[in-house]
Design a protein around this ligand. Structure first.
Ligand code: MN
Length: 401
């Protein structure tokens, strides 16, 4: 919901909106009558909270069902939660429409950033531009998470951009930019990462690592369909990374043996992707009977489920050069034997590459919701266009053309 003053409750028969109406809202804000919200959200009932007595808008209490004679029934307070979570895992057609929209606008916003970025700018200027585009063009007031705008070595910091590291580095010529940003609409999120060179042209090393990640991303996309186990997709991406890092010369030896010692998790320490919806890391990843796999990399997966039609997930493989993990691998003889340290040295301080797309699982494959330049050629051509003097997004004036 876009309204800050309402909460929604659902029971098995109807959907109720509770309006948190107090004096400050009456004085300082325009309050629509309940009928307005009833029509807008097509719900069964709308009440001001004071009519119900208990304020659940703060999320403090979820009121239990109560009616005369309830004591004659066997009440189970544990069944509904997983049922609701499951409703959120499998998207309806209408939910998919909203997620297509959040992806469309957020993809456009990423492209504006790619056109606008220049060495000498601050990372937060790109965050601001993204948000400005999403809000001005898409009515998306919020992002689904704090923007991650890492440049240079910051691109290997997985959750960069938080209050302690607020996207405040100056972007430099030669930096890779890893921008992970998604707009949100009516609570439905998007989660998109684009990695590209700040100056619009990949170096040979940047290109090699980028194309390794793109290869794993596309391998996973080709394999995704109902029935496929998500941890197997993570393993597939890991294997492609190891093969590609071997071709580049950073690794040497037999890839099967590398898999046995979990070498992939040194370069991709996070999970391949997660369910997406009302939360950016959406609920329902580990229902009863689905166990977390306690192995490097795999244990970071936010779901270990098998795919079903209607699920929406991110596919976000990455390769990062994180000193702490590289040093850890070099100290471990079981892993260091696969590493060409001479070649690896060249990649210290490189940062990282992540390519993150949002997809919906269909009856026999997947639908790609994200639409941004992805190949090296597409990115370089698109960024060159953005530098050739074509007018870039400037907000209100361009909207009226
Ligand atoms: Mn993500």
């Amino acid at each position: 919901m876009t309204e800050d003053i309402i909460s929604v409750s659902v029971d098995l028969l109807n959907i109720t909106i509770k309006l948190n109406l107090n004096v400050s809202f009456v004085v300082f804000q325009r309050i629509h009558p309940p009928e307005f919200f009833k029509n807008k959200y097509a719900v069964d009932e709308v009440h001001y909270v004071h009519e119900r007595g208990v304020n659940t808008d703060s999320g403090n209490v979820s009121k239990e069902a109560s009616f005369e004679g309830i004591s004659q029934f066997n009440v189970n307070n544990k069944i509904l939660h997983p049922e609701i979570a499951e409703c959120r895992v499998i998207k309806t057609d209408m939910e998919l429409e909203v997620l297509r929209y959040t992806n469309k606008i957020s993809s456009e916003a990423h492209k504006e950033v790619m056109k606008a970025v220049r060495a000498g700018m601050k990372e937060y200027e790109m965050e601001s531009l993204f948000q400005h585009y999403c809000y001005t063009r898409g009515g998306m007031r919020h992002t689904s998470y704090t923007c991650i705008c890492g440049s240079g070595e910051n691109s290997s910091v997985l959750h960069y951009g938080h209050a302690g590291a607020p996207n405040d580095k100056t972007i430099e010529d030669g930096d890779l930019c890893l921008f992970d940003m998604g707009g949100e609409y009516y609570c439905y999120g998007s989660d998109i990462t684009c990695t590209f060179p700040a100056n619009g042209k990949f170096t040979p090393d940047q290109r090699a690592i980028y194309e390794a990640v793109l290869r794993s991303s596309r391998a996973v996309m080709s394999a995704v369909k109902p029935g496929v186990a998500w941890p197997d997709m993570h393993r597939l991406a890991d294997r492609v990374h190891l093969e590609e890092l071997t071709k580049i010369g950073i690794l040497k030896g037999n890839v099967d043996d590398m898999v046995k010692v979990h070498l992939g998790a040194i370069f991709m320490p996070h999970g391949l992707g997660h369910l997406l919806g009302i939360d950016v890391h959406d609920v329902g990843g580990y229902p009863e009977g689905v166990e977390r796999i306690d192995l490097p990399g795999l244990r970071s997966l936010r779901t270990a489920r098998s795919l079903q039609q209607g699920m929406v997930l991110t596919i976000e493989p990455g390769i990062y050069f994180i000193d702490h993990l590289l040093d850890q691998a070099l100290r471990d003889p079981a892993q260091s034997c696969f590493i060409n340290n001479d070649v690896l040295q060249r990649f210290r301080g490189f940062g990282g590459v992540r390519i993150e797309d949002d997809i919906a699982v269909t009856a026999n494959g997947m639908e790609l919701l994200t639409c941004v330049p992805r190949t090296v050629e597409e990115i370089e051509a698109f960024m060159a266009e953005g530098r050739s003097g074509t007018k870039s997004f400037d907000g209100l004036s361009s909207q009226r053309q």
